[in-house]
Write a protein that binds this ligand. Structure first.
Ligand SMILES: C[S@@+](CC[C@H](N)C(=O)[O-])C[C@H]1O[C@@H](n2cnc3c(N)ncnc32)[C@H](O)[C@@H]1O
Length: 718
């Protein structure tokens, strides 16, 4: 029997946004059952409910691959030919998840699977995205040059494992400082008013039909997805199941994340008074496909078409101020099962957020807010956002979009602004020309510890990895950096007496400014480097010499600073000296690419120049930096503090002995209290007007502030 016209039309509409008939059919069938064949609901807003339900279905499959196709998908519907151009799933973090299994000694060495662990297909670099961050400032953060020399090992245990998703976090403590370097710093947002900024914040999770269409009371408790019945596809199906993509606020678990969960009695954190705009979008981004045994993920080469599929979630008839989007974004991990909900008023405004069991109502353009103890629906908003805007929406519960081991919320206790657009990534990705490839083949046994078992830090005899580090590991069994190692890092950065600048014979920075007559190298700070065990080592993933590669594991929060420094990062728990906080993650650019971007002043880079002065003249494709302006992780929110910052950045060698590429990890330089803002010294020379990236008026408040000494500064001490 040929499908009915409404079915055909639904297929057509979905096809227009790149969703195949095969995907539409089972979901449509379920919706018809759930909505009791109320086609108006399904057809409203250009089939928004249908599209969202499909996305959720897809996301649920990703989180549970075993689900595979639904039985309905096997059924056939004869009408139009199959549709193509399916939307591509967003890139997900692969590092920890995949590595977990790979670290095992039982894993065949040399397996391409292992090599692929770190390979990620890049996401797309798009100009629109850049424009979205147009009001971000660009500066160059401290670079990190430096040699390597690691000290003794110690033991191993992992730090707290708050999320339960990973383990082994640690504590570290450094004491940085320094000057005249080339720092980099991520960009930043000014107080929030980027022209293209989308003030989104939905906690979307569950999308729902317009309240005006489905009264709250009529909506039964929700599930994210309903298991379809194996019945012939027809729009005559009757069903009274729970609507897909409709969420009942009460069914959302209350988040207990920050409040009352600090490990220190010093905590005085309180739940933000008002709900924050939060948005979460899934589905935008490129699919992660691992390719060869090279690591490269080139952001520049991935087509950027997929996100268009999300636009259906918004209504063409948008009113001023309705910037919320209500896409039903699926869960990404078990950690996301417990979430707050935000309610959005019919016209698209975020209405409330479930916090500690109660709804805090907020913005309601038309004044009607449902605060009936969570009886309302989460409704989708209206404005048609571009794919790039969608990609960059931030979920207030977790700005990482599930990319990290732990959720990292953001709060704004000052105004209604939300963080500027950027794409969260948890691993560095090659933009285009950077030469970053690592392979098992290139790592000789002398550069790894294939015969180790379990935890290298517990071994009586230093393993090969320890030997490369000077015979000692940098970490203690508690997972923090050893005191002496850390102190040396700090003094090499802060103490003019201990600083050592390495000069390139031909500096990539100067070369990028001009090929004709490059100026002499201004020097790159020599640094100590940490060498971690990796996939070719015989130890396991919980080995004490694998800290940075296990990712973020402490409770962090992005917040709007009240003193004009934009957004910042703070810890929600006490951190010991030497604890690993996070890595600086961004796009891997060549210095030439960085300069090209800097002309637009959109960058927030950190130079990977630790070895420039040691290794001769790095070729252009090997003179690298990280830029977190458009793609980055939570480190992009860390503000600068002159000299006495509580974080220090330390180069970390993980996958490759290639000196031109390494990870840059932040460790605490001292004990840090809960709720204390995390800062690092970008290494900016505020007097260097020739710096490739724009500097800023420093408001770090440190008594060592270098900017205060500037006569032009209002902070100048007379
Ligand atoms: C890496 S970003 C840090 C996050 C940034 N605050 C934001 O809102 O995204 C660097 C930018 O933050 C601001 N910033 C960081 N530290 C600052 C400081 N000590 N004083 C004033 N502005 C600062 C500057 O605009 C700088 O360009």
């Amino acid at each position: 029997m040929a499908p009915k016209p409404r079915v055909v039309q639904a297929f057509r509409s979905m096809k227009e946004i790149g969703i195949s008939e095969e995907k539409v059919k089972p979901v449509l069938k379920k919706l018809l059952m759930l909505y009791d064949k109320n086609w108006e609901l399904i057809e409203s807003e250009n089939y928004r409910v249908l599209a969202d339900a499909i996305f959720e279905e897809e996301d649920s499959k990703v989180s549970d691959p075993k689900k595979g196709k639904t039985c309905d998908q096997e059924e056939s519907i004869d009408d139009e030919g199959p549709m193509t151009d399916e939307f591509v799933r967003p890139l997900k973090r692969t590092r920890l998840k995949t590595q977990e299994g790979l670290a095992s000694s039982s894993h065949p060495i040399g397996s391409s699977d292992v090599a692929e662990t770190f390979l990620k297909e890049p996401k797309v670099e798009d100009e629109l995205l850049k424009s979205n961050v147009g009001n971000m400032r660009a500066e160059i953060m401290p670079a990190s040059p430096g040699p390597v020399s690691i000290q003794h090992p110690s033991s191993v245990p992992a730090l707290s494992d708050h999320s339960g998703r990973d383990k082994g976090k640690q504590i570290v403590e450094p004491t940085p400082n320094y000057k005249g370097k080339e720092p980099m710093s991520p960009h930043v947002p000014s107080k929030g008013t980027g022209p293209e900024r989308v003030s989104v914040a939905l906690r979307i999770k569950d999308l729902a039909p317009e309240p005006s269409i489905i009264p709250n009371k009529c909506v039964p408790a929700t599930h994210a997805l309903i298991i379809p019945k194996e019945e012939p596809f027809t729009d005559d199906i009757q069903q009274d199941e729970v609507p897909i993509a409709v969420i009942h606020p009460d069914s959302l678990s209350r988040r207990d994340f920050p409040v009352g969960d600090f490990s220190t009695e010093e905590s005085n954190w309180q739940e933000p008074p008002e709900s924050l705009h939060a948005a979460e979008i899934a589905g935008a981004g490129a699919s992660a496909s691992v390719s060869e045994m090279h690591t490269s993920c080139e952001l520049a080469t991935v087509p950027d078409e997929i996100p268009s599929a999300l636009e259906i979630a918004s209504s063409p008839s948008r009113e001023e101020g309705n910037e919320m989007l209500a896409l039903d974004v699926s869960k990404k991990s078990p950690a996301r099962d417990a979430r707050d909900a935000e309610k959005i008023e019919g016209n698209g405004c975020v209405v409330g957020r479930l916090l500690n069991g109660s709804f805090n109502n907020h913005c309601s353009a038309n004044g009607s807010v449902d605060d009936a103890g969570g009886e309302g629906l989460v409704v989708a908003p209206q404005r048609q956002l571009t794919p790039n805007e969608l990609r960059c929406l931030h979920d207030a519960n977790d700005i990482t979009k599930g990319e990290e081991n732990v959720e990292i919320p953001w709060v704004n206790e000052t105004n209604k602004e939300s963080p500027l657009s950027f794409q969260y990534i948890s691993e560095n990705l090659v933009f285009q020309n950077a030469c970053v490839s690592f392979s098992l083949f290139r790592i000789g046994d002398e550069r790894c510890c294939p015969t180790c078992l379990g935890d290298c830090l517990l071994s009586q005899k230093p393993c090969a990895c320890a030997c490369q580090a000077g015979g000692n590991f940098a970490y203690t069994p508690a997972g923090i950096i050893k005191e002496d190692f850390l102190e040396e890092c700090i003094s090499m950065t802060r103490d003019p007496q201990k600083q050592c600048l390495l000069n390139c014979t031909e500096c990539p920075l100067e070369r990028s400014k001009t090929d004709d007559f490059p100026e002499p190298c201004k020097g790159h700070l020599k640094r100590k480097v940490i060498k971690e065990c990796w996939s070719k080592c015989g130890c396991n993933k919980q080995c004490g010499n694998r800290v940075v590669q296990r990712g973020v594991n402490c409770k962090l929060q992005v917040f709007l600073t009240p003193d004009g420094r934009g957004w910042g990062l703070r810890t929600l728990e006490k951190l010991p000296k030497g604890a690993f906080v996070c890595e600086f993650v961004g796009e891997i650019l060549t210095i030439s690419e960085l300069y090209a971007r800097n002309r637009e002043k959109h960058t927030s880079p950190v130079l990977l120049d630790a070895y420039w002065g040691l290794k001769g003249v790095p070729k252009d494709e090997k003179a690298l930096c990280l830029d977190a302006t458009c793609y980055g992780n939570v480190a992009r929110f860390i503000n600068h503090r002159c000299l006495d910052a509580n974080l220090i950045e330390i180069p970390v060698e993980v996958e490759t002995p290639d000196l031109h590429y390494y990870h840059l990890a932040f460790f605490t330089t001292r004990d840090v209290h809960a709720l204390e803002e995390l800062t690092w010294d970008y290494g900016i020379d505020f007097d260097d007007l020739d710096h490739p990236v724009k500097t800023f008026q420093c408001r770090c408040g440190s008594k060592f502030c270098r900017n205060m000494k500037r006569p032009t500064s209002k902070y100048f001490e007379k």
